[in-house]
Design a protein around this ligand. Structure first.
Ligand code: UD1
Ligand code: CA
Length: 456
């Protein structure tokens, strides 16, 4: 039986933030969420999070029903934190202790730690070139782990030890219950240290089985914003490699960010500085130019997104073309082979098969049939100051450049609208409709002249 306890009641003072530390995002998901996901992969019987005074915010940010929230009203130390969860945990359980601020730990490592520990105490350690800040692993002459000594309590010789505690432990519930009662707060920080159970386990004849990870980044703690950035980059690198292994070409894996979940087919090419947010699905053969931001959208096979596009809440079918410099807002749906060109904004708009909106237009609350051509600078005037209205443009219509379509309005199938028109009433199918004054020349008209400035 396995209980996981995630310690997350520390104050995170070094972040200098109003947001609780464990809610700072890594790849768009709260740090604590990553720890929980790794824990869930082990299928524990219970999953506890020990939180401090900011419990309500944590619950609101992670409304995940399998979490059992436990409060540690005052942060008296990591040992005291674990003690808050212990009354709910039965003696025969093993407890995997994780830290809410160590978000990149991998499920495989946790599994190995459990196996290493067996019925005993498991301890995940790492050897660091610069061990400062961490608890040091003290071993005896035969190499057996004797104790963990926090840096502030360590002797000069102990400080030289490069093997450190990652904060991740595997403990038998019955044992740790007793040992924690023996822990005293007689250390430099006056805290109740969970790490003291290592020496106590040994005293009680329970073996301490260390597992040394060879990947320091997976146990990197986040205590300040520099470490947050470091962990963020490492997470992005993992995402990049996952996608490249699956057949995605990234022009530069170091200039690529996923803040959510990105699913890609094969032969997808993504140029530099693209950001994917929320849930994004990209089908086979899609190419995405540099500097695009794509959020909660679906892109069909072989579609081409040129540079500098901002796409949110859109469905883009196969073979479509977008951009450069297009802004697709929520509710944009492009049918196969449609085209949205530069400096075009769309919102709540269906663009039919093979239809084109190539330049400098705003298309909102609109339904475009197939084979429609919308000329440059066309605006759907969808808002009357109080309500939004729909524009319908039927198949094969041609809208001349610089047209305003004042909604609600319908342009019939095959209709042509003269350039520069303001269309306030429905335009019939197959006819040419124009508005405004027809061209005329005023004989003898002169351009006004600038008056000379008065002297002085
Ligand atoms: C802790 C370990 C140290 C280890 C390091 C790894 C102890 C005493 N020290 O030090 O050996 O090298 O982690 O990152 O355990 N927490 C609570 N309640 C508290 C105090 C802390 O829930 O009263 C939580 C924090 O939110 C955090 C975790 O426990 O998630 C670790 O606490 P932190 O204060 O960051 O400990 P470190 O000084 O980093
Ligand atoms: Ca820490």
């Amino acid at each position: 039986m396995l209980s996981v306890v995630v310690l997350a009641a520390g104050q995170g003072t070094r972040m200098h933030s109003i947001l609780p530390k464990v809610l700072h995002p890594i790849g768009g998901r709260a740090m604590l969420g990553h720890v929980l996901d790794a824990a869930r992969a082990l299928h524990p019987d219970a999953l506890y999070v020990v939180h401090g005074h900011d419990g309500a915010r944590l619950r609101a940010a992670l409304p995940e029903p399998d979490i059992r929230w436990v409060e540690q009203a005052t942060p008296l130390g990591t040992g005291h934190a674990l003690q808050q969860a212990l009354p709910a945990i039965a003696d025969e359980h093993h407890i995997l202790v994780l830290c809410g601020d160590v978000p990149l730990v991998r499920m495989q490592t946790l599994q190995r730690l459990r196996q290493t520990a067996g019925e005993n105490v498991g301890l995940l350690s790492v050897v660091l070139a610069d061990p400062s800040g961490y608890g040091r692993i003290v071993r005896d002459a035969s190499g057996q782990v004797e104790a963990i000594v926090e840096e502030r309590d360590a002797s000069a010789a102990q400080r030289a030890i490069q093997e450190v505690n990652t904060g991740i432990l595997c403990l038998p519930a019955a044992g740790v219950r007793g040992w924690l009662n023996e822990v005293r707060r007689n250390n430099a920080q006056g805290e109740h240290y969970l790490t003291d159970v290592i020496a106590l386990a040994r005293e009680h004849g329970v073996a301490v089985c260390p597992l040394v990870t060879s990947d320091p980044i997976e146990v990197q703690g986040v205590n300040d914003r520099a470490q947050l950035a470091l962990v963020e980059r490492a997470h992005q690198q993992r995402e990049a490699h996952r996608l490249m292994r699956a057949g995605v070409s990234l022009m530069d894996p170091a200039r690529f960010d996923v803040r959510g979940r990105l699913v890609c087919g094969i032969d997808v090419t993504i140029d530099v500085n693209c950001i994917f947010k929320g849930e994004v699905e990209i089908a086979d053969g899609v190419s995405i130019g540099p500097n695009c931001c794509i959020r909660d959208s679906r892109i069909g096979a072989n579609a081409r997104i040129a540079s500098h596009c901002d796409i949110e809440g859109a469905i883009i079918e196969a073979e479509s073309q977008v951009g450069p410099f297009a802004r697709l807002r929520p509710g944009t749906r492009m049918a196969a082979g449609a085209k949205i060109g530069n400096f075009v904004e769309t919102k709540n708009a269906a663009i039919g098969i093979g239809s084109k909106v190539n330049h400098l237009s705003y298309i909102g609350d609109t339904e475009l049939g197939s084979g429609v051509n919308v000329g440059a600078g066309t605006i759907t005037c969808n808002y009357d100051g109080a309500n939004k209205h729909r524009t319908v443009i039927e198949d094969d219509a041609f809208i001349g450049s610089g047209t305003q379509l004042v909604a609600p309005v319908r342009i019939g199938r095959g209709a042509t609208i003269g350039a520069g028109s303001t269309i306030r009433r429905d335009a019939p199918a197959d006819e040419l409709t124009l508005s405004g004054t027809l061209q005329k020349t005023l004989a003898g008209w002169r351009r006004p002249k600038k008056k000379p400035k008065p002297e002085g």
